[in-house]
Design a protein around this ligand. Structure first.
Ligand SMILES: *Cc1c(COP(=O)(O)O)cnc(C)c1O
Length: 400
């Protein structure tokens, strides 16, 4: 008899997005003539930029010729891309990395799930509440049931303070999904200090760093002195360059970063991650990596920044118009996410139902990201400008 890994049974049902979808579909069936606008999903809407497309076309052609065909790639990723990442993403911000510290992969999601395999199940893990669900669920799948939740509330500006208790692994997401808030230099410094003191590890998810506009906000945790000893950084081309369907990302595992055996022997996680990747992951696609390389050309940079600007303008427009009618709106400036306080203390799901049923606008109930999200609602700037304007005008009409 094959027995199941019961950890999977400890997961809550994928209640949030499946419920949103079910409710939306039911509405569409009932009112087929209504145009439903979604500001709910965290997926981009603009196509890949021309420079990336050209680079990928060229890479496809290379695959068609005997002389330039490429088979299995290098597990770590190709040097041509790693070198560009180090130069453009890090050196320009005063961070030096070695090529063996950057690992290319097919999306951050997979690496977030993989990285915790390197760390003992005995570790105390802390996540924020509300939280990007994958942090929590990958830990539950590993069999960890005592996750510590740090409350991110209006009172603390959605930035929980350093925990009083000891934790070994901390997930930080900045700019944050779902709250749209960012960690500043001082706050990051405090976490790095905490991690050093506690020999803890920070898993730093900064897949939305391209949305940072405020000059004082760090783009990488390695801008903080000493962070290489305690932090793994996750970056993705998904939100940066619209690769949600192409799949491309990179993870930085610094050589200085150590975890400890029960006898207090320091182990280099970079080596373990390489070993893990070479066993479980077959290297990222060559064609994707050529596309990602093109992001770092001057043209590529200009083109992706145009796209980001488009989303930023959506965010700014939504924030401005909603604030005009008295909504309290967080996020939306260094982030594609708006974290909207529901009016009159409405429950997240009641607000969802109201928007869907009365004006055919779909967003994401904050409570779906954790109990502290109750009374909030997440809107994304990833829709088209036309749909954003239309959705906002419907909301304005409904609440004035
Ligand atoms: C979208 C998202 C990711 C996943 O990115 P992929 O590279 O597409 O797997 C990771 N973290 C957060 C917070 C995200 O919103």
């Amino acid at each position: 008899m094959a027995s199941v890994n019961e950890s999977f049974l400890n997961l809550e049902n994928d209640y949030l997005f499946s419920t949103i979808l079910a409710k939306t579909n039911e509405y569409k069936k009932k009112y087929p003539e209504k145009k439903v606008i979604s500001l709910g999903v965290g997926d981009v809407s603009l196509p890949l930029v021309p420079t990336v497309i050209d680079a990928m076309h060229k890479a496809v052609d290379e695959m068609s010729k005997k002389d330039t065909f490429r088979g299995y790639g290098i597990v770590q990723g190709y040097d041509f891309l790693i070198e560009k990442i180090i130069e453009v993403e890090y050196e320009r911000r005063g961070v030096n990395l070695n090529k063996n510290e950057v690992f290319i992969a097919s999306g951050t999601k997979g690496d977030l799930a993989g990285i915790i395999e390197l760390l003992s199940i005995d570790n105390k893990v802390a996540v924020m509440d509300p939280v990007y669900p994958a942090y929590r669920d990958t830990n539950i799948m590993m069999g960890r049931n005592d996750i510590i939740y740090l409350n991110a509330t209006e009172e603390n500006n959605f930035i929980p303070s350093i925990p009083n208790e000891h934790v070994d692994i901390i997930y930080l997401c900045s700019p944050n999904n779902p709250t749209g808030t960012v960690l500043n230099r001082d706050q990051l410094k405090q976490w790095v200090e905490y991690a050093k003191k506690n020999k803890a590890i920070i898993l730093y998810d900064s897949v939305y760093e391209i949305f940072i506009t405020d000059e004082n906000i760090p783009h990488s945790i390695y801008e903080i002195e000493g962070a290489k000893e305690v932090a793994i950084e996750f970056r993705s081309y998904s939100k940066l360059a619209g690769f949600t369907g192409v799949r491309g990302s990179f993870t930085v595992v610094p050589k200085e970063l150590k975890a400890f055996t029960h006898d207090n022997v320091a182990i280099d996680l970079n080596t373990l991650w390489r070993r893990r990747q070479s066993t479980k992951y077959g290297a990222a696609p060559y064609i994707m990596q050529r596309g990602a390389e093109a992001v770092y050309t001057e043209q590529g940079q200009n083109q992706i920044k145009e796209n980001i600007k488009y989303y930023q303008e959506n965010a700014k427009y939504m924030k401005t118009e909603l604030e005009k009618i008295g909504f309290v709106v967080y996020g939306g400036t260094n982030s594609p996410y708006l974290w909207v306080k529901t009016p009159n203390g409405m429950k997240s799901w009641d607000f969802f139902d109201k928007l869907l049923n009365e004006i055919a606008v779909v967003g994401t109930p904050g409570v779906g990201f954790g109990k502290c999200g109750e009374g909030f609602f997440r809107l994304t700037a990833f829709s088209s400008k036309e749909n954003t304007v239309e959705a906002v005008s419907r909301i304005v009409k409904l609440f004035t």
